[in-house]
Design a protein around this ligand. Structure first.
Ligand SMILES: *[C@@H]1O[C@H](CO)[C@@H](O)[C@H](O)[C@H]1NC(C)=O
Ligand SMILES: *[C@@H]1O[C@H](CO)[C@@H](O)[C@H](O)[C@H]1NC(C)=O
Ligand SMILES: *[C@@H]1O[C@H](CO)[C@@H](O)[C@H](O)[C@H]1NC(C)=O
Ligand SMILES: *[C@@H]1O[C@H](CO)[C@@H](O)[C@H](O)[C@H]1NC(C)=O
Ligand SMILES: *[C@@H]1O[C@H](CO)[C@@H](O)[C@H](O)[C@H]1NC(C)=O
Length: 418
């Protein structure tokens, strides 16, 4: 009886090894990805594509010490990606080169330089509905040892650039009660409809993703330059305690700085998108998988009970996976990376669910997305999960970083709220 079983086992193993019929994950779904640009030099996060197809990226010194301008290394915070594949400092090299560099070493400890007229640490670039480029400066930069310095007043700001003349037309500096020294201004969306503010010049909504718990949504009146915080420190803007995402099968633990113990991912509200009609703001933390929303009217409100009513109007819309930036198209779909699945998905508010859009084994970290007028979703993949900010702390990124694009479903295109 025993010898019969062993014989049987031998036969089935032989059958198995020759069968090759085992079902496996195909790893690819949706439209094919097209490579638009390869980043071989500075490490990028943002991408935004103009109506005529001009492309702008930024290179945050708050997430990669090699992006920090030292006053002599000629690093840029923002560039235009030119048709011949070169990246040229934008809108000019002067604004990208603060005198003495991005860090003020005369303070103890060092701090972000306080310049209003120079770029310190840019986390996002976004074109508004009039195709004006807005540069979101955190005012923060990494020291060579990986310490993130606090901002000084003047550093955290929103800089508007006219891309026809390539000149700055407006600078909105945030007071330290709105952008705290340890805030991290992450991403921004614009609604230029005259009806949304008394000034008639439109509004910006910004996420604060700070790894120090300073999480919330900042609202800016583009006419008066006034700014205020909403949903400050509520659970929906904060990372979930104990949150450990997985990328390419590896758990991500965070290294807060030199000689500090590991933590779970402490990054709060980061991705942000407006509904196609501007009435709803979607957002979510990197340290969590929830997709949250709030009516934009509740964020703009200035009444004494505005914050109470904003909190009372919060919604939990979906489980998106782990994402960084969000984007919206004319279908009303809200696109979000799902890094744990090598995928980008979208939420359709009309059926309250998530749908897979594109999946590819080259996807590791979908940082920023930009829906363009050519009917494509552009996105940067910058391998953030393999940077020295995550355990084991060695830089395991490999150049090039990539700008991909894929055609949108249902003839989706860019939304213009104006
Ligand atoms: C800066 O670049 C060097 C050389 O490529 C690399 O070893 C180092 O990890 C980078 N630093 C950061 C913070 O990414
Ligand atoms: C790329 O194009 C820009 C703008 O036309 C030009 O200044 C630059 O020299 C070009 N670079 C290369 C390597 O062709
Ligand atoms: C550096 O800090 C000193 C002391 O606070 C301040 O006087 C000076 O303006 C700062 N310079 C820059 C460029 O931030
Ligand atoms: C929701 O809508 C999208 C877009 O039309 C569709 O692809 C998806 O199948 C729908 N999901 C469900 C659960 O009905
Ligand atoms: C997309 O546009 C094409 C050409 O205008 C049209 O034939 C097609 O029906 C549209 N598809 C959808 C899903 O709207």
């Amino acid at each position: 009886m025993l010898s019969f079983s062993i014989l049987n086992l031998g036969l089935s193993l032989a059958a198995l090894s020759s069968a090759q019929q085992i079902r496996s994950d195909p790893g690819v779904a949706g439209p094919p990805l097209e490579i638009v640009h390869l980043y071989n030099d500075q490490w990028p996060t943002g991408i935004t594509v103009s109506r005529s197809g001009r492309k702008f990226s930024n290179y945050p010194s708050g997430l990669d010490a090699n992006n920090t301008n030292t006053g002599t290394n000629n690093k840029h915070a923002v560039a235009e990606i030119l048709p011949n594949g070169t990246e040229a400092a934008y809108p000019n090299s002067e604004i990208n080169n603060p005198p003495g560099g991005a860090i003020n070493y005369t303070t103890s400890p060092p701090t972000g330089a306080n310049y209003q007229n120079y770029l310190i640490g840019v986390q996002s670039v976004v074109l508004d509905a009039q195709d004006r480029l807005w540069i979101l400066d955190t005012g923060r930069a990494l020291l060579p040892d990986g310490t993130l310095v606090n901002a000084s007043p003047g550093g955290p700001k929103l800089v508007g650039v006219n891309i026809q003349t390539n000149t700055v037309f407006q600078t909105i500096v945030f007071p330290p009660t709105v952008a705290y020294p340890d805030s991290y201004l992450n991403d921004v969306r614009f609604d230029l409809r005259p009806s949304v503010t008394p000034s008639g010049a439109g509004v910006a909504y910004i996420t604060d993703s700070s790894n120090a718990g300073r999480n919330g949504i900042i609202v800016v009146d583009l006419g008066t330059s006034e700014s205020w915080r909403r949903l400050d420190g509520v659970v929906e803007t904060r990372p979930e305690r104990g949150f450990v995402p997985y990328v390419w099968g590896q758990p991500l633990y965070y290294l807060p700085g030199p000689d500090q113990p590991l933590t779970t991912v402490p990054l709060g509200s980061d991705g942000i998108a407006l509904s196609a009609d501007g009435a709803t703001l979607f957002f979510g933390p990197v340290g969590g998988r929830g997709l949250y929303s709030v009516p934009t009217a509740r964020l703009r409100d200035h009444s004494p009970t505005a914050e109470l009513r904003a909190q009372a109007a919060l919604n939990n819309r979906a489980q998106r996976g782990v994402s960084d930036g969000f984007e919206t198209d004319t279908n009303g779909f809200v696109y979000m990376g799902n890094m744990e699945q090598n995928e980008i998905g979208f939420h359709n508010p009309a059926n309250a669910s998530m749908t897979l859009f594109v999946r590819d084994p080259r996807i590791s970290w979908v940082d920023t997305m930009s829906v363009a007028s050519d009917g494509h979703l552009y996105f940067t993949d910058n391998q953030l999960a393999f940077s020295s900010a995550f355990y084991p702390g060695e830089d395991r990124r490999e150049r090039p970083f990539v700008l991909f694009r894929a055609p949108l479903p249902g003839n989706g295109s860019r939304v213009f709220l104006k």
